[in-house]
Every structure is written in structure tokens, then in C-alpha cells.
Design a protein. Structure first.
Length: 483
């Protein structure tokens, strides 16, 4: 951890490990911090667990009567990213921007051309919501999209009169949910935790630092107690520590929380034996519960609670919409996205320069067209008049220059996009707009970062200040100083 910069001033950690701010957050006003477990405290080895989930889903589909050949499908981690949307009616996978405009589309695993995409999604206004559309906003959803795309291709290759695209997705979703629910997936993980879960050596120090500052920590997970105990023991076990058991880090542990209904429902907080609970005992384990009862049990309310999770809907959006809890989103992909951006920094700078040239040339051409129209009407000889001919020559030169700028921009944008993901580009962007997922991060996460241990690099009194919001006219002109 880099703690000092120039002239002895505190330095920020490296960009991939920073905490990024959408809304001001004063850590000294936070009295309790809750944590999700899976993909929040527990960082899974993604290709291992996704390949496992992919295989188990296919096995369950075969058990349901699907052709045995599908068991030979191979998981392709490059095919899918978080934040995509499935069109169950047409068998398509989409990437949306923040305006819900459809950018890239794959039918099965085949990418649609621009004309095909426009023919389907640009002729009428659509609401990309269930039941027709399904959002893939967690890392757990990536294997199911890969299975679904492969099933579309498989059944269409058989020249069926009609491929049941919606049933294929629903069956896939049910099978992957069943693999999580019945213990099929988790039993394999528990048998070899180190193969599937990374241990972050800074995590114990981070939790200890937060707890030692006087904040009450609690764990809030949908996982059952036996799996939670196994995973947390793996993450927080240390031979030399003041905590005799991992539960000592936490004021309370709540399992089987049924998020997002925990934030909106009224199920009672229970002990593991099923008896109602009204007061928390430090380090004890509970199940189910709801937000209001949790606040009462902690005697801490609203904005004094920060909740840290990875699920934009189940952890962040629902808690933000139904309470005053502050939110921190863990986006594991952030580290790779920032590192890739830094690697291509010169190309990104060149694109910014080309964008300025494009704007200047657009303005020049628009003015030039107006001048030519006036000259053609007003001067003798119209378009044959020398001033008109000169204006036309200037226009043609500007058009040729603009064409070259646009071609270079397209080439560079394509190369940068493919550096993030060959098919889908950046997680947080679609073309030059925020992606739908990126916009949700802005809208619902007070802060976001790549891993929980990044909090170790900041003071427990940190004032996370959001950058000034700028409207387009403010970006174009100097912003007045307001005292």
C-alpha cells in the first residue's frame, strides 16, 4: 500500500485499487457496515467456478431429457460479460447503453450485423424488462448465457420448424438455480475451496481495521450456514490472530437472508433453531430477517449503515430504493478494465484528439453548407460563380479530412474495444455512452471498487467526495467558481 506521495502528502493507491465515488460518503458517520459474501468477501476463481456451473447446468438439462450431445458444449469465458440482456423471445443476447438503445447483439453465438440489429430493435420503442427480457447483472449469470447461446445454435442447426427460445432459457435458468440450491455446485467447491476461492491476504486486516475503529460489522448472505462457515473459515483463518473464530470479526452473521426480499419483506429474524430473535449477541448466527428488524437489533438506522455487495439489483438497487442505507458495489472486473485502459492510454488520448477534430470539422461543414446555399441563390451564375466554387472546394477538402478522421476513429475504437472483450467491449461502456450496467452503477452505488480490501488503503475517517457533475454545456465552457 502506497501511503505517501510528493512532499509527504498521503497518496492514493494505484488506480485499479481505488474507491470511486458517485455520492459523498463520510466514513466517520458510518456506524455499521454489512457485507455480502459471494463475490464480495469471497473472490472466486472465475474461470474455475464458471466452468463448473456450466458443466453442472448441462448435466441437469440432460437429466431433464435434453440430447446427451449438449454435454460436450465447452465454456467460453470470452463470450459473455456482466451487464448483458437476454431476449428470450428471439434467442438474442444484447448489450444496451444507458438510454436502453441496443448496441451489440448476438443470436446464439453469431453476432448480428447493424442492419439485422436495426430491423429488430430500432423500429419500435421497447421496455427491456421481464418476462421477455432477462438481465445478466451478476457474475453467477455468465455460465447460463453461454449455455443458452449454445443451445440456440444447437437446435437451429437441426432445422427445426420452431426453436423454443423462451423454454430453452427458462430451463437453463432453472437448472443453474437448482445446481446452486440443491448443493450440487457448493459441495464441489467445499471439497476443494482453494481451487475455487482466492484468499485475499489483506481482507482480515481490512475487517479488523474497520471493526477497531468502532464500526459494527455484520455479514448478510443468502447462503446457508454450513457453506458460509466453510467459506468464511477459508477466507479469515489465520494461525496468529486475536479472533479465535472468523465470527469474531462480526457483530452478527445472517444467513439464508433471501435478498432482495430482505430489504422489502417482513420475514422475522430467527436463530438457526428457528426461534424469533429481538436482540443480537456478538458473533452469533441468525437466519432470514428483514431490514427494519435488523436496524432495531443493531440500534443503528438509515444513513449510518453502509452495505457492501456485488449484486447491482439484489444488494445495491433494492437497498437503495427501500432504505437510506449507503451502498458500496464490488465490481471485480474494474481492476482489469482500468489496467486495460492504462495499457492503451496513448490510443485513448489519440481518440480524444480525433473527437475534437471531428467536432471542429462538423461545425466547419455545417457553416460551409449554409454559405454555399446563400451563394448559389444570391450570386449571378449560381453554382458556377467563383466564390461558390471556392466554397465547394473548401467543403470537399473538409469532407475528405473528416472521412479520414472517422475512419481512424473507427479503427482505433475497434482495437480498444477488442482489448477489453473481442465481442462486447467494455463492461461499463457501450460505444461512447455508459452501458446500462455502467449507468446503474452511477445511479445506485454511493461508491464502487474492485474488492473489499481496498478500504484498507483509506482512513476510517475518510470523506469520499464525489466529483462535480457537469452538463454538456459545462464541459464545453469554463465552469465559474462558486464560493
Amino acid at each position: 500500500m502506497n501511503t505517501e506521495g510528493a512532499a509527504g502528502q498521503p497518496a492514493l493507491p494505484a488506480a485499479p485499487l481505488r474507491i470511486y465515488v458517485n455520492r459523498n460518503l463520510r466514513m466517520d458517520s458510518i456506524r455499521a457496515i454489512g457485507f455480502d459474501m459471494d463475490y464480495t468477501l469471497a473472490r472466486y476463481r472465475r474461470q474455475h467456478i464458471e466452468t463448473l456451473a456450466h458443466r453442472l447446468t448441462l448435466e441437469k438439462l440432460v437429466q431433464r431429457g435434453y440430447p446427451a450431445e449438449i454435454a460436450n458444449f465447452v465454456y467460453d469465458p470470452q463470450f459473455v460479460i456482466r451487464g448483458l440482456t437476454v431476449d428470450k423471445q428471439l434467442g438474442n443476447i444484447l448489450k444496451l447503453d444507458r438510454h436502453n438503445h441496443v448496441g451489440r447483439v448476438c443470436h446464439g453465438r453469431r453476432r448480428l450485423s447493424q442492419s439485422e440489429r436495426r430491423a429488430v430493435y430500432r423500429r419500435e420503442k421497447m421496455r427491456f424488462v421481464p418476462p421477455r427480457f432477462a438481465l445478466a447483472d451478476t457474475l453467477f449469470a455468465l455460465p447460463e448465457m453461454c449455455v443458452y447461446a449454445s443451445l440456440i445454435d444447437f437446435f437451429e442447426s437441426r432445422n427445426l420448424s420452431e426453436v423454443p427460445t423462451q423454454k430453452l432459457f427458462d430451463d437453463t435458468r432453472e437448472c443453474i438455480d437448482e445446481a446452486h440450491r440443491d448443493g450440487t455446485l457448493k459441495s464441489v467447491i467445499r471439497a476443494d475451496l482453494s481451487a475455487y476461492i482466492d484468499r485475499d491476504p489483506l481482507l482480515p486486516r481490512t475487517l479488523h481495521k474497520l471493526r477497531s475503529s468502532g464500526k459494527k460489522l455484520f455479514l448478510l448472505t443468502n447462503s446457508a450456514w454450513d457453506y458460509t462457515d466453510a467459506v468464511m473459515s477459508h477466507l479469515l483463518h489465520e494461525e496468529s490472530t486475536e479472533y479465535t473464530h472468523w465470527q469474531g470479526y462480526f457483530e452478527a452473521v445472517i444467513v439464508e437472508a433471501s435478498k432482495p426480499s430482505f430489504f422489502t419483506g417482513h420475514q422475522p429474524l430467527l436463530g438457526l433453531d428457528g426461534t424469533p430473535v429481538y436482540r443480537l449477541e456478538r458473533g452469533a448466527v441468525y437466519k432470514q430477517g428483514n431490514l427494519k428488524d435488523m436496524e432495531h437489533a443493531l440500534s443503528i438506522y438509515g444513513e449510518e449503515i453502509l452495505y457492501v455487495g456485488d449484486h447491482i439489483y439484489g444488494d445495491i438497487l433494492r437497498s437503495k430504493k427501500t432504505s437510506l442505507w449507503r451502498t458500496a458495489l464490488i465490481v471485480e472486473e474494474l481492476e482489469d478494465e482500468i489496467q486495460t485502459t492504462l495499457t492503451h492510454e496513448r490510443t485513448v488520448q489519440r481518440l480524444a484528439e480525433l473527437e475534437r477534430q471531428r467536432q471542429h470539422l462538423d461545425n466547419t461543414l455545417n457553416l460551409n453548407r449554409q454559405v454555399m446555399a446563400s451563394l448559389e441563390k444570391e450570386l449571378p451564375g449560381g453554382s458556377k460563380n467563383p466564390p461558390f466554387a471556392q466554397a465547394k472546394a473548401e467543403r470537399d477538402q473538409a469532407k475528405a479530412t473528416l472521412r479520414g478522421v472517422l475512419e481512424e476513429m473507427e479503427r482505433l475504437e475497434q482495437s480498444v474495444s477488442e482489448a477489453f472483450n473481442p465481442l462486447w467491449g467494455m463492461v461499463f461502456k457501450e460505444d461512447r455512452e455508459n452501458s446500462r450496467f455502467g449507468e446503474q452503477v452511477v445511479d445506485y452505488a454511493c461508491v464502487y471498487t474492485s474488492r473489499v480490501s481496498n478500504f484498507l488503503h483509506y482512513s476510517t475517517y475518510q470523506y469520499f467526495r464525489s466529483p462535480r457533475d457537469l452538463m454538456p454545456h459545462e464541459r464545453e465552457a469554463p465552469t465559474p467558481h462558486v464560493s
